[in-house]
Ligand binder design. Structure first.
Ligand code: GLY
Length: 397
């Protein structure tokens, strides 16, 4: 037995109160917030702080990523965006880490008549939803961002959609967890273990049995395939591949862009996220290809082609990294939070395009439900039971 697993005996009977399966942003924030409420917590993950946080651009885009039919999710996204400043300040205070939280706003632009019609519709939807955004002419867009292509025909200025660096966020959450006494067990969770009709823990790839009072499945896109989870509570989560390119803006070109710039080009979303440290993240493809994380020539080509149409100067920049990750997609694009039909098993997964944005509100909601058994009101629409058999079978954790 490893030292980590020996130390994971904070709760009654030698087990911690909570075992979090998955050490991505959602698992880490759940662990940190639960530990902050006095629970003993173990996280099981071979590489905590890895996963989708390594790939994500980190847009906090509740307003520019609004989609028809996602008004319920919008409320949660806005609530999490509202909590971000305090959350980031608290995490920085706890760790001394700079999270790259940049309150820079976003400009969504249109390159042709179809794109402009699409953006006008988004603007109308934002207005109907009471959100703040401002329509700009092409010239006004270029005044804000001089490197935009001359062909830009208009855009939406959204001053409330910011960004954070997900890698820094994950690194800070790891440190915060360690300082709060969270124990890390660096292994794969191979199988959920049960005693009667209750989840009791997991068996790891190394053959260690980890047990806990409550188990939180927060394994991102892998949450839907943990062995041992009964079929009727297995989260309906699937992997949606996203390829991302990272460029570096040499100091002599700064400031290259002063805010996030995005567009829909020929039906595909493309965004350019400029970090203060000179990194420029271009994203992202959206591909339903199962567990494939290959970076393809076609994916990189399309991202560079579309980004080049928006900001031609990107071709001058050094290309420093290409990566692909997996978003945890759910049937309604919204997360699954809270108890399942299996006592002792809770979910914090299915965050799809909004994992980074939803990190603060998810941590708070999961800490609430782990300590009181109740989700806070803002998280109630996201109970797993809204899907299929879950609707009939939710039990108290
Ligand atoms: N939220 C950005 C993406 O999923 O690509």
């Amino acid at each position: 037995m490893s030292r980590a697993s020996q130390r994971s005996s904070g709760g009654s009977g030698g087990s911690p109160d909570v075992l979090v399966v998955g050490g991505g942003l959602i698992g880490l924030v759940t662990a940190w917030r639960a530990a902050g409420r006095g629970l003993s917590v173990t996280v099981v993950d071979p590489e905590p702080g890895g996963g989708a946080a390594r790939v994500a651009a980190g847009m906090l885009a509740a307003v520019t990523e609004l989609h028809h039919g996602e008004q319920t999710l919008l409320a949660l996204n806005l609530e999490s965006a509202r909590r971000y400043p305090d959350f980031a300040a608290e995490l920085t205070e706890a760790t001394g880490h700079d999270l790259g939280y940049r309150r820079c706003g976003t400009l969504a632009v249109a390159l042709d008549t179809d794109d402009r019609a699409h953006l006008r519709e988004l603007h109308a939807l934002q207005q109907r939803s009471g959100l703040s955004s401002q329509w700009l002419s092409g010239r006004e867009c270029r005044r804000l961002e001089p490197l935009l292509a001359p062909g830009v025909r208009g855009g939406l200025r959204v001053d409330g959609d910011h960004q954070i660096d997900p890698r820094r966020l994950a690194a800070a959450l790891l440190v915060a967890c360690e300082r709060a006494g969270v124990v890390f067990h660096r292994a794969w969770a191979e199988r959920l273990t049960l005693a009667g009709d209750r989840a009791t823990g997991v068996l790891t790839g190394g053959g260690t049995a980890l047990t806990a009072g409550q188990v939180v499945l927060a394994a991102g896109s892998a949450s839907g395939r943990l062995a041992g989870v009964p079929e009727d509570v297995l989260p309906p989560v699937r992997p949606v591949k996203g390829q991302v390119v990272r460029l570096t803006v040499p100091r002599r070109y700064a400031p290259f862009l002063s805010r996030t710039v995005r567009a829909v080009v020929r039906g595909s979303h493309v965004y350019l996220v400029p970090r203060e440290n000179g990194e420029l993240v271009l994203g992202a493809t959206s591909e339903e290809l199962g567990w494939d994380t290959t970076v393809t020539a076609g994916g990189v080509y399309e991202l560079l082609r579309d980004a080049h149409e928006l900001v031609p100067g990107i071709t001058e920049l050094p290309l420093t990294e290409t990566l692909a990750g997996l978003r945890p997609g759910s049937p309604d694009n919204a997360p699954l939070l809270g108890p399942t039909g299996l006592p002792g098993l809770l979910l914090a997964t299915g965050h799809y395009r909004n994992g980074v944005l939803l990190t603060p509100v998810t941590g708070d909601a999961m800490a609430d439900v782990l300590t009181t058994g109740e989700l806070p009101p803002e998280a109630l629409p996201f109970r797993p039971r809204r899907f299929g058999a879950h609707a009939l079978s939710e039990q108290p954790a």
